[in-house]
Design a protein around this ligand. Structure first.
Ligand code: HEC
Length: 130
């Protein structure tokens, strides 16, 4: 009986741990890539103005992790230190906030709160190619 209780307790704490404080495991392929494809790829793929200006491309996991031509924009495990998160949360200078607005600061062009939460959680969970 005691053995069974212990086993149940550790199974529960394990599932909490692996989910990262009760958050579900975020998948690059099914959660993150579709957001980047819909909201960033028009500019951040070879041929686009964002790619031309910064070198940042969202065409693959590898290109996202590589970052711009100057620096990485994702620090696996730390959304706080990730330039990408600062840009999509608009904590950076509004003139460099992403997605770039065609009409300065127009909120409808920003990612939704849920999309920002997903990207933040994915980075905090290690920014894996999952
Ligand atoms: C309408 C075009 C456009 C869209 C859409 C867009 N960007 Fe950009 N992005 C740019 C341009 C242009 C630059 C170059 C810097 C600048 O002009 O602000 C840039 C620069 C960047 C940089 C480099 C910033 C730096 O400090 O070096 C990152 C990272 C970035 N974008 C991420 C994103 C992400 C993530 C999305 C989608 C959520 C996105 N962008 C959507 C045009 C765009």
């Amino acid at each position: 009986m005691i053995g069974l209780k212990l086993a149940t307790a550790s199974a529960i704490s394990l599932s909490f741990l692996s989910a990262g404080c009760g958050q579900k495991q975020v998948s690059f392929k099914s959660d993150i890539q579709p957001i980047l494809a819909a909201r960033c790829a028009s500019c951040h793929a070879p041929g686009g103005q964002g790619y031309a200006a910064s070198g940042f491309s969202v065409v693959s996991y590898q290109s996202v992790m590589k970052g711009t031509k100057y620096a990485e924009v994702i620090v696996p495990g730390s959304s706080l230190d990730s330039t990408l998160v600062r840009l999509i949360r608009h904590r950076a200078d509004p003139s460099i906030a992403m997605p770039k607005s065609h009409d300065a600061g127009k909120p409808s062009e920003w990612l939704t709160r849920d999309q920002i939460r997903l990207i933040t959680a994915w980075i905090d969970q290690g920014a894996r190619n999952n």
